[in-house]
Design a binder for this molecule. Structure first.
Ligand code: NAD
Length: 479
């Protein structure tokens, strides 16, 4: 039994959740205690009590703790990657890569703890000095989704702690294992009691307490648009600071002058890898007339070679969908696409058992062609391995189609034209733009986030994380 971490103690929960391997539903990854509302409140009170001490620790103390956690994560990346692949279903290389990213994030923010600075500015009044400094916020509530079980907790936790905040974290119900491993590492690294609390449990119960309890000063949320809107409303009502990272409907533009192999690789990787379950996945591929047919044929050909199998088996390209509900949603959208008149050019079938006969939530990646921009499959986030191809007559139309979405997380283009690449970088309405690279796959030391319906509030990651996890103070001194 994996328990919750509240005020430095491992405590039983009100219920138990069973963590199931989506590659083989007979395999129980582990049992995890589920906190209830009262325990969530205890965790918040513990974090509040710990804040006075933690917020005045030296940068060196915070560096040492975060650096030690980062080193352990990196040293154990194969083992933790195996756990992640087993509970979430992304392939082993992807899962190990995600764990390494989490380790590097802890090391980056260990350094940031040492680099917290400010400004000294001349006053407009004689004899007066002005200093601008950053201070921690207090208690931060972190609510995370299932699709990056260790990287997203890491990219919220590490800056929160580096800048002197205390934390209550509620991971997604489907993937408690990676979050628990992270809590265990931080606990053993020697974090004082109450500084970091892990409360696994339901969003509607534990998550709701984080949103409503006045003891939480700020919420960092990543997840769906619907939950994000709830977070925004609850935080605005009590004027708590909040930050939201939500859905995407990311476009990938392929121009006539693209290198075909580069374009196909980018589309297949960002459309299908991690089973399409990335907020930065390309789900709309906008292709100009001159390359359209060659591109579609090459993608369909490449799809034949994609091996859909157990996430932890060598040679698997595409692991299972995370659970039965997400699989049902993916299949629904494939049916919706067909009914809307799109052509299902390849894939799209559920597979009940993998090559070894194990039951799992497998889905062959799907390619829709002859789709139009207004179709639901081009407007709504599916969150599965499904690509829709939209024809465009030229670059200008392709750019307009790319921007024709309520979302704005990542946007990509395949082109050998410097002119079009330069124009696209400036005019794509997205927080992240990729040229000749997949829309998914980002560095850990630079800002991450979107615009329009994808994100709200300051950026996450890199030096920009300080905008959310600190508050600015301006001090005036008359000598
Ligand atoms: P979700 O919104 O269902 O859940 C996210 C988290 O919110 C979970 O921990 C959940 O338990 C919690 N929650 C649910 N109801 C709540 C409530 N009433 N109050 C408080 N918390 C509550 O999202 P998901 O299905 O876990 O994740 C998939 C979504 O996440 C997709 O839309 C995807 O695009 C998005 N995502 C976005 C980014 C990004 O950075 N933009 C990154 C990864 C995933």
């Amino acid at each position: 039994m994996h328990r919750n971490l509240i005020n430095g103690e491992w405590v039983e929960g009100a219920r138990v959740s069973r963590n199931i391997n989506p590659s083989d539903t007979r395999d129980l990854v582990g049992e995890y205690a589920q906190a209830d509302a009262a325990q969530a409140r205890q965790a918040i009170a513990a974090a509040r009590a710990a804040f006075a001490g933690w917020s005045v620790t030296t940068p060196q103390q915070r560096f040492d703790l975060l650096d030690a956690a980062g080193s352990e994560i990196l040293a154990r990346k194969a083992e933790l990657g195996d756990l992640l692949a087993r509970e979430e279903g992304k392939t082993l290389p992807e899962a190990i890569g995600e764990v390494a990213r989490a380790g590097n994030i802890f090391k980056f923010f260990a350094g940031e703890a040492l680099r917290v600075g400010g400004e000294v500015i001349g006053s407009v009044r004689p004899g007066v000095g002005v200093e601008v400094t950053r201070e921690p916020l207090g208690v931060v509530g972190l609510i995370t989704p299932w699709n990056f079980p260790i990287a997203i907790p890491a990219w919220k936790l590490a800056p929160a702690l580096a800048f002197g905040n205390c934390v209550v974290m509620k991971p997604a119900d489907l993937v408690p294992g990676s979050a628990w491993a992270l809590a265990d590492i931080l606990h053993r690294a020697g974090l004082p009691k109450g500084v970091f609390n892990l409360v696994m449990g339901r969003g509607s119960e534990v998550g709701a307490v984080l949103l409503e309890d006045k003891g939480v000063d700020a919420i960092s949320f990543t997840g769906s648009v619907a939950t994000g809107q709830r977070v925004a409303a609850a935080c605005a009502a009590r004027m708590a600071k909040f930050q939201l990272e939500m859905g995407g409907k990311n476009p990938f533009v392929v121009l006539d002058d693209a290198d075909l192999a580069v374009a196909v690789n980018c589309a297949v990787q960002s459309g299908f890898f991690s089973t399409g379950q990335r907020c930065t996945a390309s789900s709309r591929v906008i292709v100009t007339e001159g390359i359209h047919d060659r591109f579609v044929a090459a993608v369909a050909e490449k799809m034949k070679a994609l091996k859909v199998d157990d996430a932890r088996k060598a040679g698997t390209d595409i692991g299972p969908v995370v659970d039965s509900a997400q699989l049902a949603q993916d299949l629904d959208y494939i049916e919706i696409g067909r009914k809307e008149g799109a052509t299902l050019a390849a894939g799209g079938e559920a597979i009940e058992r993998n090559a070894d006969g194990a039951p799992g939530f497998y889905l062959r990646p799907a390619l829709f062609t002859e789709t139009t921009p207004g179709m639901r499959i081009n407007r709504e986030e599916i969150f599965g391995p499904v690509i829709s191809v939209i024809r465009a007559k030229d670059y200008d139309e392709a750019l307009a189609l790319a921007n024709d979405t309520p979302f704005g997380l990542s946007s990509g283009i395949a082109t050998t034209s410097l002119k079009h690449a330069t124009h696209f970088k400036r005019h794509a309405q997205a927080g992240m733009v990729m040229v000749n690279l997949p829309t998914a796959g980002v560095d850990y030391h630079v800002p991450f986030g979107g615009r329009k319906g994808s994100s709200y509030g300051p950026r996450e990651q890199g030096r920009y994380a300080a905008e959310f996890y600190t508050t600015v103070k301006t001090a005036y001194t008359q000598a």
